[in-house]
Write a protein that binds this ligand. Structure first.
Ligand SMILES: [Mg+2]
Length: 207
């Protein structure tokens, strides 16, 4: 495959959102949450919140804060993967379920971690997490097809499930992510970390 076009999810693929958001949440609210609480709002008592909606609002507030940017670091090895894609003349883009209200802060975080790699237009926001987003029917696979992706990297199995049928190689990212530890989709390749992803893409380039 001479030319790769690789799509990346943002949260917990390009940005360490689970660990970083939980760290700030614990500081703000005196909780003792861990990465295993990420995406698990119940019981709401451990979040010291009154409603699930309040948890979502607080999390979006953290993601939209300067605090979040202050200690943000890239996912280990991801910059090298992107550099190698650039060096090989390949292409990349990002798609996130983050709502558009987080677009400006997301761009700032990506710029801090990956300078020059994700300019405006390279990241698509499809919003599955707010009330308005629930009526948004755009899916990641539709974006990936429109971008002529050859590969898509995500930490959620359900975004990847339709990719294979669309001719896009789905890559399930991350180890120690409770939310994808029992993935069973046939044909789904797992890449535990960016080193594995780099090696996988190197191999794909030679095919
Ligand atoms: Mg993600």
């Amino acid at each position: 495959m001479n030319h790769l076009t690789v799509g990346f999810d943002v949260d917990d693929v390009l940005l360490p959102s689970a660990d970083h958001t939980i760290r700030w949440y614990n500081r703000y609210h005196g909780t003792q949450l861990t990465r295993d609480n990420w995406y698990v709002n119940l019981p709401i008592s451990v979040w010291k919140a009154s409603t699930e909606h309040e948890i979502v609002e607080r999390v979006n507030g953290i993601l939209n804060s300067d605090d979040f940017l202050s200690e943000i670091t890239p996912i280990e090895g991801a910059l090298q993967v992107l550099d190698e894609l650039d060096a090989a003349g390949d292409e990349h883009f990002a798609v996130t379920s983050r709502p558009p209200l987080l677009a400006a802060m997301t761009h700032r975080a990506l710029e801090l971690c990956y300078p020059g790699k994700f300019p405006e237009g390279v990241v698509t926001f499809i919003d599955h997490s707010t009330a308005s987003g629930r009526i948004n029917t755009m899916t990641k696979v539709e974006i990936a097809v429109a971008k002529h992706a050859t590969h898509f990297v995500d930490d959620f199995e359900h975004h990847l499930r339709p990719m294979g049928e669309a001719g896009i190689t789905p890559l399930l990212f991350g180890k120690g992510y409770r939310w994808n530890s029992d993935a069973k989709t046939p044909g789904l390749a797992r890449v535990s970390d960016m080193e594995e992803l780099k090696e996988f893409l190197q191999y794909e380039r030679t095919k």
